[in-house]
Design a protein around this ligand. Sequence first.
Ligand code: 13P
Length: 250
Amino acid sequence: MTNKLRYFIANWKMYGDLKSLKSIDKVIKFTKLHKKKRFKLVYCPPYTLLHAFSDKLKKSTISIGAQNCHQENEYGAFTGSINAKMIRILGAKFVILGHSENRNDGDTDVIINQKIKSALKQKLNVLFCIGETFSQKKKKLTNKTLKKQISGGLKGLKKNSRIIISYEPVWSIGTGIIPKNIELERNIKFIKAEVKKQIKLKKVTVLYGGSVNLKNILTLNMIASIDGYLIGGASQKAKNLIDIIKKTYN
Ligand code: 13P
């Protein structure tokens, strides 16, 4: 169907234990067999599994990422927190920032911007999540919301920073409902234009996240401007993740 580079980011959220690592064997095998396909796979397990994932994936083409980090770049008295340096030392190359589940927990645009700067300082690739709530969509505030999140989150960043945008409509996360293709195309075009206004990137990469699964992947793949997917629930089963990638490239 395609041979363009697409990202597949597995966001395990607060799921998984050491036993779950076994399921990754299938995925490692799959990536070895499909070296020619131009996909980039990144596992973002909970912090507790970063080290084990890092060990397991050392010799593979699969990268690992963290699901969040603290904004403070140096070590300090921040009980329960982990900063970008710590996750980089564990082997993470990516970090998800601005996820709506963390915005709900109090992450503002200002804090997210600080986190992004801290992560970039550690040479991590940032997966910067943005997206409107259902009520914002209903009130036709989608563009305004996205614009505010983009300008707040990316404020003051240097050109060609390692930023990947992930568009995740909040109403789509975990609901099984995805936007209509026409709406997605329009929003992704808007996001690309807004990001370009804010920061000079060689290419603006935009992923889609929110209920990506085996049933809707073919529909989503019809949108050429999507550069990959941030996958929650469906990424926890190795077979599902493999099949989603297969359906994209077959
Ligand atoms: P689901 O794929 O479970 O809807 O989660 C999406 C998400 O939040 C990925 O970051």
